[in-house]
Ligand binder design. Structure first.
Ligand SMILES: *Cc1c(COP(=O)(O)O)cnc(C)c1O
Ligand code: SF4
Length: 336
């Protein structure tokens, strides 16, 4: 972090510069939030293997002076991460076994997921990626053609999903190249992007990006990842509206997280606000049981109780599907 300037000065910069200036120091983040680091359960050892990383645009949505802020909880390395919980492992979703070749995950019928990059703009403490060797698996320029050939050779594949890490960390030029390749594959109907950037680094949603998505000749879907309505600050709202205006289908996936969004009122508000921006709730994931994340876990019985309350208070289209990921299963597993 370089010396702090005003938020306005920071947000005037392009997304690459904003990313380069993301908080990576606990001291800087605490100072920005007017929090006394000594009074927080922060852990520098937890931050060793999986560093603190928070874009200013995300930190700006946190409540200053609140150590229990639900957005802060998602990104702050704390002592609880060092605790071992039974059943929490390093590859909870079995992704290593599902990779036919570098960068390609073909677990589900008709859909192929490409691991385009191992990096993200934010390091979410609950993420299974914290322990996962994505660096070894991700698509490189060299393996990209092999991945395209793989999709081309299998007419049962109707949808390609760009994931990661965060695929919107790829440059516009690289994305445009990929989309050009996709447009040449006749059996491909849809291109889907799973990204947290429209929420945590909304400056990424440039006019060029929207053009690439809207003019690809395939149906474009962007699945954003937002866990709490407070994440939808003015810039994130504008980014969603911008995508929506171009006819891009917008869905949200969230993770059910203890101390963040584990109650029906918070989730109901999230659905309502997303819908106002043209984003439909898609999945609510039970936590993947990755080492270091046990303190975020919400039991299945509590999750079901929360879902019942959502069902009783919201129109059906605002109720996400509660799912969990099971190694070896043919789809996400519905929890009902
Ligand atoms: C989650 C996931 C998908 C997408 O599943 P949908 O139910 O279609 O959203 C595809 N491939 C892999 C490997 C996944 O983990
Ligand atoms: S993959 Fe998604 S949940 Fe995991 S760190 Fe990246 S943005 Fe966060």
């Amino acid at each position: 972090m370089i010396a702090r300037q005003s938020d306005a000065g920071h947000f005037a910069k392009n997304w690459q510069q904003q990313l380069a200036e993301a908080f990576t120091s606990l001291d800087d983040l605490c100072r920005y939030l007017h929090l006394d680091m000594g009074s927080l359960p922060v852990s520098t050892s937890a931050a060793q293997p999986f560093a603190l990383k928070v874009p200013v645009s995300f930190a700006a949505c946190m409540e200053k002076g609140n150590p229990f802020d639900p957005l802060l909880r998602q990104v702050l390395p704390i002592n609880d991460e060092l605790l071992a919980y039974p059943g929490f492992t390093d590859d909870p979703v079995g992704d290593i076994a599902a990779s036919p070749q570098a960068g390609v995950l073909h677990k589900y019928q008709g859909r192929v997921l490409l691991v385009t990059t191992g990096s993200c703009a934010v390091n979410c403490r609950y993420c299974f990626r914290r322990n996962f060797p994505y660096g070894d698996l991700q698509l490189s320029k060299q393996t990209e053609q092999a991945a395209i050939d793989y999709i081309q050779a299998d007419p049962s594949i109707s949808e390609v999903i760009l994931s990661g890490g965060d695929p919107l960390l790829l440059s516009d030029a690289r994305l445009a190249q990929l989309f050009t390749q996709f447009s040449g594959i006749g059996h491909l109907k849809r291109v889907r992007i799973h990204s947290r950037l429209p929420i945590v680094l909304p400056a990424r949603v440039t006019d060029t990006l929207v053009e690439i998505l809207a003019q690809s000749g395939k149906q474009a879907i962007v699945v954003v990842h937002c866990n709490h309505a407070n994440e939808l600050g003015g810039q994130a709202q504008a980014a969603c509206r911008k995508l929506n205006r171009q006819g891009i289908t917008l869905l949200n996936q969230a993770v059910l997280l203890q101390g963040v969004n584990d109650n029906a009122a918070v989730l109901g508000q999230l659905s309502e606000q997303l819908f106002g921006l043209g984003v439909l709730p898609y999945y609510l994931h039970l936590l993947d049981k990755a080492s270091g994340t046990g303190h975020f876990d919400v039991s299945e019985s509590r999750a079901k109780a929360i879902m019942a309350e959502l069902q009783a208070t919201l129109p059906g289209y605002l109720v996400p599907k509660l799912v969990k990921e099971q190694a070896g299963a043919a789809s996400k597993t519905l929890v009902i």
